[in-house]
Design a protein around this ligand. Structure first.
Ligand SMILES: Cc1cc2nc3c(=O)[nH]c(=O)nc-3n(C[C@H](O)[C@H](O)[C@H](O)COP(=O)(O)OP(=O)(O)OC[C@H]3O[C@@H](n4cnc5c(N)ncnc54)[C@H](O)[C@@H]3O)c2cc1C
Length: 308
């Protein structure tokens, strides 16, 4: 049995801590808090969960497994963290080999996933908010959906406590203390130290700042995420599949629009206003906010509530 220090209590840190504890180790989990940390990437109302990763079989494998595990967690925790509402990727032109959507469709179909090609006006009819003349083609992955990620982390923190993981909330890792044979302890802000046999660093976008040697290969980046409140939410609640096919939130009336590449494509928005906001708020999210201190770049998810 080893004493293992896990630094960072986002989704990766807290799940690592629980798994290590289950394997019989003594685990210390360290985070400045408050937990779930408001700037952690994991602390969000929702995160998309989907197996569509183009032609990338490894990612598709991992995501397929994660969907099974999300269903298991829904049961195990007796609450719905994962909402299987479907995820759709769309294009204005017909899909062709090499396109992310085309490759995703091919891969998922071959692997037996429930997936539909959205390439006829008849299919689009079930999504009345979408203009089939504008969006000619796409992929709808029916078993995909979203996880209430902040709520999941909060629940896992409680589980970690109940498993007697030593939670050090309110302390900040400052550096690794290395001996010839490896890392023997970590130093905290203020000079205190915690000794351990192994250290797991799970500090997300803070990594290049806390472990400067990783600057050579890690760079923190971000995605602005926009929450749009449709004037007619009923248009986003198709009757033929349950839930909303945009990222529906707890209250079911919001469509989440994720801006994946900036300045780039709106993943699922039939809305000119959203496109204009992309350029305006991408600058705000990436440039202006990043200036006020490096680690805050992690918070550049630039959430915006817009009325459309
Ligand atoms: C805007 C946005 C949208 C995303 N959307 C999706 C999505 O739809 N689907 C999906 O699968 N993924 C998505 N991701 C990616 C996903 O959120 C991250 O991969 C995941 O949350 C990373 O978790 P983590 O535990 O590694 O890091 P984090 O959740 O960032 O946790 C890092 C932890 O380290 C702690 N920490 C920082 N400094 C210190 C220190 N000095 N000492 C100790 N602890 C410290 C922080 O307090 C924090 O709790 C998105 C990410 C972003 C930013």
């Amino acid at each position: 049995m080893s004493r293992i220090i896990v630094v960072g209590a986002g989704i990766n840190g807290v799940t690592a801590a629980i798994e290590l504890k289950k394997r019989g180790h003594n685990v210390v989990l360290v985070d400045p808090g408050p937990l779930p940390h408001p700037f952690a990437a994991s602390t969000d109302i929702s995160k998309a969960v989907r197996a569509a990763y183009g032609a990338d079989e490894d990612y598709t494998d991992l995501a397929t497994r994660s969907i099974e595990l999300w269903r298991k967690w829904n049961q195990e925790f007796g609450t719905q963290f994962y909402h299987e509402v479907g995820v759709m990727f769309v294009r204005r032109r017909e899909l062709k080999p090499g396109d992310f959507e085309h490759e995703s469709f091919k891969t998922l179909k071959r692997r037996g996933h429930k997936v539909e090609r959205m390439n006829s006006a008849r299919l689009w009819k079930r999504f009345p908010a979408w203009n089939p003349e504008l969006y000619r083609d796409g992929v709808l992955e029916l078993e995909a959906g979203y996880a209430e990620s902040g709520r999941v982390v909060a629940t896992l923190i409680e589980r970690a406590k109940s498993l007697d993981i030593e939670l050090r909330e309110g302390v900040r890792f400052s550096q690794l203390h290395e001996e010839d044979y490896g890392v023997s302890e970590i130093a905290l802000d203020g000079g205190k130290r915690i000794a351990g046999d192994f250290v797991v660093m799970a500090v997300g976008a803070w990594t290049p700042y806390l472990l400067p040697f990783t600057k050579k290969f890690f760079r923190a980046s971000g995605q602005p995420v926009f929450h749009l409140k449709p004037r007619q939410p009923e248009l986003f609640a198709p009757t033929e599949i349950s839930g909303a096919r945009c990222y529906s939130r707890r209250r079911k009336e919001f469509a989440r629009v994720s801006i994946i590449h900036v300045p780039g494509a709106v993943q699922c928005a039939d809305c000119l206003l959203a496109r204009l906001h992309v350029l305006r708020y991408a600058r705000w999210a990436f440039l202006d906010r990043a200036r006020s201190g490096a680690p805050r770049i992690n918070n550049c998810c630039g959430r915006l509530w817009a009325w459309v």
